[in-house]
Design a protein around this ligand. Structure first.
Ligand code: SF4
Ligand code: SF4
Length: 77
């Protein structure tokens, strides 16, 4: 099963990943991160199809996806 890996402290709360997810399984937290932003979180990991659109859409590289033990980081910086 694909696994969404979100680094809360890299998130700036722009919600682009929420809009990009075809499964509508991303939402914003009710807590804030160390930067003072509400951060993205997964609401139902079991429905993730591993498409990586969330990771591609994130301008802050806060999301990586793991599919079949392979971790996809969309950028390496
Ligand atoms: S990999 Fe695709 S289905 Fe899974 S959370 Fe990201 S956008 Fe949604
Ligand atoms: S696209 Fe990235 S920075 Fe924007 S809410 Fe999602 S995880 Fe946070």
């Amino acid at each position: 099963m694909p696994k969404v890996l979100i680094e809360p402290d890299r998130c700036k709360g722009c919600e682009l990943c929420n809009a990009a997810c075809p499964q509508q399984i991303l939402a914003m937290s009710k807590e804030i991160n160390t930067k003072g932003y509400f951060f993205a979180r997964v609401t139902d990991q079991t429905r993730c199809i591993g498409c990586r659109l969330c990771a591609i859409s994130c301008p802050d590289v806060a999301i990586a996806i793991r599919v079949h033990a392979v971790r996809y980081n969309l950028y390496d910086y």
